[in-house]
Design a protein around this ligand. Sequence first.
Ligand SMILES: [Zn+2]
Length: 131
Amino acid sequence: MARSISYITGSQLLSLRRHPSIAVVDVRDDERSYDGHISGSLHYASDTFSDNISNLIQAVKGKDTLVFHCALSQVRGPTCARRLVNYLEENKEDTGIKNIMVLERGFNGWEASGRPVCRCTNIPCKGELSP
Ligand SMILES: [Zn+2]
């Protein structure tokens, strides 16, 4: 069950977007509310991530690939991805999660490349990963 974290680019994520078993996990803190978000992404803020990890696992039932990101995916995104890996290793429950990834360049890189940004205020976002 050992898992490693791999990186995925924005264009790879877009090409996988119709894959029903992918969940995008945004771990930014307040920025999500004013900067917009990747459509369909879940929000688990990094500052409370560890407290909500079992909720996250419930929310992604049926998904086998989780893609984490923060603003730049340099600190918070990889840190939270690592926390999930550690949690899964410690708890050994069968969650069905097979791949834990980090979106390269984060939300800011996603937006800077002109990729679609959702600005809804729904919690959770009801959008699809693709526009
Ligand atoms: Zn939305």
